[in-house]
Design a binder for this molecule. Structure first.
Ligand code: ZN
Length: 161
């Protein structure tokens, strides 16, 4: 069976940055089960997997436009220091959940001065080409229930209580 829209695909994967550092990997834990073609994975990786079959090993580098998008420097903004008054151990590199114009987002502290804390609301992988090594373990049609939930069930997929 070949990978096509609305199929559940079970993969082992390793994601590395351009320097070869491992960002994320399923190896050593359970494989990942996802529904193909509905945006569960970044678009460039879905494109590389389309039409592949069980046993295939894919090696692909996805440009930022087909992954987490380019960096947007307007998302790097100073916020008055007093807004963080209740937060202990505020330091550069710390990640926080913040309310933004587009809803709650994880932001990263990039600079702290006496008056302001500069936060970066870009996705951590924005602007970065991503390299994936993927092995395809299983391909099957998604069930109606999985399609209505928007995620795969069973091993490697979503576990409901
Ligand atoms: Zn579900």
């Amino acid at each position: 069976m070949k990978i096509a829209k609305n199929h559940v695909v079970v993969i082992e994967y390793t994601l590395t940055d351009p320097a070869g550092n491992v960002i994320d990997s399923s190896r050593g834990r359970s494989p990942l089960a996802y529904i193909h073609g509905i945006g569960n994975l970044v678009p460039g990786l879905e494109r590389a997997l389309e039409g592949q079959a069980v046993g295939a090993e894919i090696s692909v580098t996805v440009p930022p436009q087909e992954a987490y998008g380019p960096r947007d420097e307007s998302l790097v903004q100073p916020v008055p220091r007093e807004k963080f008054a209740g937060l202990p151990d505020l330091k550069v590199g710390k990640q926080l959940q913040a309310q933004t114009e587009v809803g709650p987002r994880i932001v990263k502290v990039v600079e702290i001065t006496d008056d302001a804390v500069t936060i970066d609301a870009n996705h951590e992988l924005a602007g970065m080409p991503l390299h994936f090594e993927v092995t395809i373990l299983e391909v099957r049609p998604a069930t109606p229930e999985e399609l209505s939930h928007g995620h795969a069930h069973g091993p490697g997929g979503h576990e409901h209580g």
